[in-house]
Design a protein around this ligand. Structure first.
Ligand code: SAM
Length: 226
């Protein structure tokens, strides 16, 4: 702990004053205007600059694209806020209910390893059984009602193999910011856990702390020990 005669607080006060002066604020505004905020979705937060989202990227996304052999599915990619970290994978299935949004994603990433899949809201047309190493969804299940999540959990199972990982961020109404968000579905860790387990998955990890309005679960098919 700093001593009473520490300059810490006066230093912080002076630094704050400097940051709030007009020329600093103008420079900051210019930096924001020059920043590349042209991907649909960055308005909800940029994993490059928002620590909780950087953590999600570094802990729940990039570690699962460990080799250029990875085949992955992203459900609800939007403009590609998270897709841009997946581009080294062998095959990315970008699955979305809205063709207009898939078109937007396509205009942002003209990569040959992305297959754009327009689905019916809960299915995986033309994705081969047992072929998916990693399935990721952020910013989408927070809006989905339980019956749709239930159907997704059923339909994704045949795609997986025993080493696959699934990461899903979902609405958490036990948190004030989740509760007050009218666009978020009625869900919470108890409900989600039970739902995931009811489909016979094993839960590998739950993160109830990083996000203020939602939680994250990582699961897969129970590993068989021989
Ligand atoms: C709020 S955006 C999030 C986009 C992106 N994941 C992000 O975090 O920036 C929700 C995305 O989910 C898609 N979506 C909504 N309902 C869906 C469903 N039932 N199945 C697949 N995609 C869906 C939307 O079209 C949109 O691309």
């Amino acid at each position: 702990m700093p001593k009473l005669n520490t300059t810490l607080h006066i230093d912080m006060f002076r630094d704050g004053k400097r940051r709030r002066n007009l020329s600093s604020r103008i420079w900051k505004a210019i930096e924001i205007l020059r920043a590349k905020e042209d991907l649909y979705g960055l308005e909800w937060g940029d994993p490059e600059t928002m620590p909780p989202l950087s953590y999600v990227r570094d802990h729940f996304l990039t570690p699962y694209i460990i080799s250029p052999n990875t085949t992955l599915v992203e459900i609800g990619p939007g403009g590609g806020r998270w897709t841009r970290y997946m581009l080294n994978a062998k095959q990315i299935y970008a699955v979305d209910y809205h063709q207009d949004i898939l078109n937007e994603l396509k205009s942002n990433f003209s990569k040959t390893n992305i297959t754009y899949v327009k689905n019916n809201g809960d299915d995986f047309p033309n994705i081969k059984a047992g072929s998916v190493d990693f399935l990721f969804s952020f910013g989408t299940f927070v809006h989905l009602d339980i019956d749709i999540i239930d159907r997704y959990l059923r339909n994704m199972k045949p795609l997986l193999h025993r080493d696959s990982n699934v990461v899903i961020q979902y609405s958490d109404k036990t948190k004030p910011l989740g509760k007050n968000n009218g666009a978020f579905s009625e869900n919470d860790p108890d409900v989600m856990r039970e739902l995931v387990l009811s489909h016979g998955y094993a839960i590998y990890e739950e993160d109830l702390k990083t996000m203020w309005h939602s939680s994250i679960v990582r699961f897969g098919l129970e590993k068989i020990t021989i």
